[in-house]
Structure formats: C-alpha cells, structure tokens
Design a protein around this ligand. Structure first.
Ligand code: NAD
Length: 336
C-alpha cells in the first residue's frame, strides 16, 4: 500500500516508517520538523536501505496536501503529526487546538476530495481520564483533564461522525499507552529538546549524567510501592501495531495498544539500573497535578482482531533506551 505518514520523522512515526518499509509498503512522509530533526531521514535510509519521498511542511497547509495527493496516489494515511506535551498544552491551549485539530480537519477534507478513505489515527490512553477500574477496555467512559487530551478526544469524535456520515471510510483509532525504547541499533530514538516531560527520556539523562537526579512524583498512591503505575510498551511493538492496522481496515475500529502489564516508576528505575549496570539517583517529591495512580490496557481486542501482541519486555525497553542515548551522545561528539 502507498501510505502517507504525517509526523513520520518523529519518535513513533520514524519507527513506524521503518516497519512499513520492512513490510514492503511504500511510504511518503510529511513533517514540519517542529519536534524532530532532519537527520532522521538519513537514519531511516541507513536502517532500511530505502529513501521515502519526503515533503517538508505543515499538515494544515491544504495546498501542500493537494500537491501530495495529486502527485502520489496515496492509498492510506497514518496521522502522527501533532503536539503532545500535556503541560505545554495547559499553557498554550490555542496552539494545541490549532495544530492538532486544524491539521486533522484539513487532512480529512483533502482525503475525501481524493477518495482516499483509509485512515489510522494516533490517539492516547489519556482519553480514558481517571479510569474507574483496571485493566482498561476500549469501551470504558472517556474524559480528559488537559487540552492535549481534549484534542485527541475531539478528533476521535470527528472521526466517529465522519464514519457515520460515510461508512465507506476505514478509520482505525489506536490508543497508545506509554511508548518507550527504540530500534535495536540505537540510531532512531526519542530525543526531546530541553528538560524531558516523560519518564524514560529523563531516566536515561540521569543515568548518563546529563541531569543530576530523577524526581519521582509521589509515593503515596494506592499502588504496590506507592509510585504511579503505567503500561510501558516498546515503540517497535507499537510501530508494528500500525502495520497490522493498515492490513485489517474494516470501517471504524478502536484499539488499545499496550502490553496489559502495569509497572511502577520504581520498577522501571530498578529494571533500568539492573540491565544497564548504572545508577539512577532519585528523590521522592510531591505528586504532580493531574497524574493518575495507575493505568494499563486490556489489549485483548487488538490481539483478537489485528493479530497483534506486544513482544518486547521491560528489560528490552530499558536496554534499548540506554543504548540510544549512548549512541546519540557519541554521534553528537563526533560532529563537534
Ligand atoms: N509519545 C507518546 O507518549 C504518545 C502517547 C500517546 C499518543 N501519542 C501521539 O502519537 C503521535 C506521535 O507521537 P510522537 O511521540 O512520535 O511525537 P513526536 O513529537 O516525536 O512526533 C510528531 C512529529 O510530527 C511533527 N509535527 C507536529 N505537528 C505537525 C504539523 N502540524 N505538520 C507537520 N508535522 C508536524 C513533528 O515535527 C514530529 O516530527 C502524536 O500525535 C502523539 O500525540 C504519543
């Protein structure tokens, strides 16, 4: 299939592009580099031996979208492009609504115009708000606590309405749990600018001496060790889930992509220390506003309908994440 991947230079997008190429799909990437670097394109080529057609620009740019659809005969779209930092979305809600909603609306309009009606959307476990029970199933009630989450929920609603109005659309909504790790060579990975928002990029920086100490937000939750519990999923497993979604389009579908296992912050820290033979100094600080105690998926639906199961262990995720930061530090040093 010929697939347009928006945000294909980002963390999950770049891994998915590689998996699509390995599975013999043809890929076209659209990215504005607002949260990624140009060298990702070269890295994708090094890993896969293929050079996907690339367009630099914003998904909101309808003229550019038209140009892509006119010249590329796109059969399906995987839509990763969007801003994703929860805290920033609270400070700059308009920026988040503009970037995440306008891009999606324009993309869907152009897809409809060109009768390309196969769409995979990056949603998030954040749409479950604070779940009443665990593990989380796809039919649980939805709610959000921040503008980022609200953009995901609003787009899900837009997609449900679109599917209702025109059932010839194939729309697969994937709700990701907590992606970490990276492909095994350490070439691609997650390298946020400044102080990371997410746990694993923070841990690797503490382990590597870039940051002094990890702050663990609260140890008084109702979890086995008191720290927050999440469903960490290896990004390569997540990427493979997108390939499965493309190969199983059938009307409107919604799937959790998680492992079904919950690990606490301290589980992650201890596993990371053990597999990498390093220390991750941490201190317990106040709970962070808006954080929930525990969140993990019931991934049964994706197993049964997509034939997809996460295979990588927490040990793999910790090992791969550390390899990436070591390799990236070497690459940056060699450029100086
Ligand atoms: N990483 C996570 O923990 C997580 C969890 C759940 C859902 N998601 C969703 O998955 C998607 C991908 O996440 P990621 O972690 O790879 O993020 P990322 O920031 O690494 O990748 C997003 C990519 O999209 C590009 N981009 C952003 N806005 C754009 C626009 N308007 N036009 C063109 N390009 C644009 C960025 O430059 C970047 O390369 C996002 O929609 C995110 O909300 C991520």
């Amino acid at each position: 299939m010929k697939v347009l991947v928006t945000g294909g230079c980002g963390y999950i997008g770049s891994h998915t592009v590689c998996e699509l190429l390995y599975a013999n799909h043809e890929v076209v990437i659209l990215d504005d580099f607002s949260n990624s670097k140009k060298d990702v394109l070269q890295k994708i080529e090094t890993l896969t031996g293929q050079k996907p057609r690339f367009y630099e620009g914003k998904v909101q740019d309808k003229a550019l979208l038209k140009e892509i659809f006119e010249s590329q005969k796109i059969e399906a779209v995987i839509h990763f492009a969007g801003y994703k930092a929860v805290g920033e979305s609270v400070e700059k809600p308009l920026m988040y609504y503009e970037n995440n909603l306008e891009s999606t609306l324009h993309l869907l309009e152009i897809m409809q115009e060109f009768s390309c009606k196969n769409f995979v959307f990056s949603s998030s476990a954040t749409v479950y708000g604070s779940p009443k029970s665990l593990p989380i199933k796809e039919d649980f009630p939805l709610s959000t606590t921040n503008p980022y989450g609200t953009t995901k929920l609003m787009i899900e609603q837009i997609l449900k309405d679109l599917s209702k109005s025109d059932p010839t659309w194939n729309i697969t909504i994937l709700r990701y749990f907590n992606p970490i790790g990276n492909e095994k060579t350490g070439l691609l990975g997650e390298n946020p600018q400044g102080i990371p928002n997410n746990l694993m990029p923070y841990i690797v920086r503490v382990a590597n001496g870039i940051l002094p100490c990890l702050s663990v937000f609260g140890d008084d939750y109702g979890t086995p060790d008191g720290t927050g519990v999440r469903d960490y999923i290896h990004v390569v497993d997540l990427a493979k889930g997108h390939v499965k979604a493309l190969e199983h389009f059938s009307g409107l579908r919604i799937y959790n992509l998680g492992t079904g296992h919950g690990y606490s912050v301290l589980d992650l820290v201890k596993t990371f220390e053990k597999v990498n033979g390093v220390k991750v100094p941490y201190k317990i600080v106040e709970r962070r506003k808006g954080d929930i105690a525990a969140c993990y998926a019931d991934p049964t639906k994706a197993q049964q309908e997509l034939g997809w199961t996460a295979e990588e262990t927490l040990e793999d995720m910790c090992r791969d994440s550390y390899q990436y930061i070591i390799q990236e530090a070497k690459r940056e040093k060699s450029l100086k």
